[in-house]
Unconditional design. Sequence first.
Length: 184
Amino acid sequence: MLALLVLAPYIGLYIVKRWYDGKVDDIANARIIIVDKEQMRLHLMDYEGNEVRSYGICCGKNYGDKQVVGDMKTPEGIFRIIDIEDASNWGHDFKDGRGRIEGAYGPWFLRLAVPGHKGIGIHGTHKPESIGTRDTEGCIRLANEDIADLKTRVSPGMVVIVLASYNDLAADKNPKQTNKDKAL
């Protein structure tokens, strides 16, 4: 009994150290996504601020911060991934006269929690040539191989920060101005 009393604090310290080591491992895997609409890049960063990966993107057709459904703008701000969904069988009609396009979202859809909007996410594409342009209805589009790679490096709850470009800020100051009126 006396031996147990002597060893109990050491056993407790061992348990606490194991718990602490597990928490440190969780921190080492902590990541954040930064979407830069000026550079047209998505940056996956680790908890120390080092870039883990960078991918080209396509974002909303129109400049400015998303205000209403259908405004073709990518929302700006701090969001989080709420779900990772298999989008390989999803289709979409872009209202461009081509009808429903199967595989429009690529293999994965990372759904974002965006107040006032349910359908905003980071996803793949049926149109890889659009990467580096503004061609979406508000989502952030990646090449299919990039979204497949990103999917293996993220999890629900991860923070996503979407930064405005110069033209987005200008559009927010003068909402009547169209994309055709702005220099790219």
